[in-house]
Design a protein around this ligand. Structure first.
Ligand code: GLN
Length: 195
């Protein structure tokens, strides 16, 4: 069984751990840098990206997260996690982990619509996936190697670049396992290649 980690510093990490188990993989909540070595893939949860970054710095995670990416291991950023993965964040000088070739803007959907649900058509998953958006970011620009998987109101809300998967919404807050299962499949593929 593949092992999928969830960065457990802040945000909705417990829900992701449950979703990983429901998708048939072993879940490991990552609280210490050394635990990254145990896992084949990693989910960066939603929460608050600036708070998460503070904790990433406090516990010295940044370089190890970049190394994790360099090893070719799959990473899935949801909401704040998507912001952590992006190579560029609007109105911010330096990126966080900065490994996925996308530019993101934070809190994109307006104050009146701080949180909402929308039915999405996600490539490779289906046309009936309910996305839960909570003060969600969106993807403003993608590089050549990035495949757009879903849009909502003409804004990109899910994308994939090889080992990297990112979405604006919270797949772990619904009962629908398809998005997590998609990521677990990416992790399985990557472990096959690594052997
Ligand atoms: N607005 C948050 C941020 O900028 C993201 C919200 C979320 O993860 N639900 O980090």
């Amino acid at each position: 069984m593949v092992k999928v980690g969830v960065l457990g510093l802040q945000g909705a990490f417990r829900e992701h751990a449950q979703a990983i188990q429901a998708a048939g993989a072993e879940a490991v909540i990552i609280k210490k840098v050394e635990q990254l070595e145990e896992v084949d893939g990693l989910i960066l949860p939603g929460g608050e990206s600036t708070a998460m970054r503070r904790l990433i710095d406090k516990y010295d995670f940044l370089e190890s997260l970049r190394q994790f990416a360099k090893q070719g291991k799959p990473m899935f950023g949801t909401c704040a996690g998507l912001i952590l993965l992006a190579r560029e964040v609007v109105d911010r000088q330096d990126p966080h982990i900065g490994v996925m070739d996308i530019k993101v803007a934070r809190n994109s959907f307006g104050r009146q619509r701080d949180s909402f649900e929308a039915t999405l058509n996600i490539k490779g998953i289906g046309d009936d996936f309910v996305g839960v958006f909570i003060r969600a970011p969106h993807i403003v620009e993608v590089g050549n190697n990035v495949e757009i998987l879903a849009t909502h109101n003409d804004r990109i809300v899910a994308a994939r670049q090889g080992q990297f998967l990112g979405c604006s919404f919270h797949p772990e807050l619904t009962e629908d396992p398809r998005m997590t299962t998609y990521f677990v499949e990416m992790v399985k593929e990557a472990t096959k290649k690594a052997v």
